[in-house]
Design a protein around this ligand. Sequence first.
Ligand SMILES: [Fe+2]
Length: 185
Amino acid sequence: MKYPDFWHKEIPCSNQQAIQAELKTFLADRITKLEKIGIGFEHIDDIQGFVEATPSLNAWLKELGCSFYRNIALVVIGANKNQNIHTDAQKNDLALNIGLQVKNTTTQMYKIAEGEPVEVPYGSQGLVYISYKNCKIEPYTNFSLEFQPVLFNTKHVHNVVNPTDATRIAISMRFIEDPAHLLNH
Ligand SMILES: [Fe+2]
């Protein structure tokens, strides 16, 4: 883990409403589809289309000094559902998340109190996932996307908790270079 002392941080955004409106428009069909399934995660494969549809977001990311996207995911968690407790297996450690419909939901983060995570193979393509079944984990901190975008460390153990009757919708952005300069911003 590259940034063991970093957990999460709000990144102030004065233009968040315009950014959310752009995202909701561009993602409307995908959101409808994932809402029907109730829980889901979808990478935006049309990054060029996404960039063209989100000028306010581009301007803000430029201001922040973020490099080009590595990937963008739409994360949809159904009403009264919690995500499995996990760490992200992706190349980057830091994710910048923006809430689209997140009232009264949180991302809970955990500390490993005892034991070591183990890599467990799955499928036939050499993939692994990280299991915490041998670990004792304890809630450590949490954050909400209700107020501002949040930068967080996806290599700490975490899950989205949605105790509400509404679907929780957010986007999660990774960049070619982790925006580590924002940790001390
Ligand atoms: Fe995650």
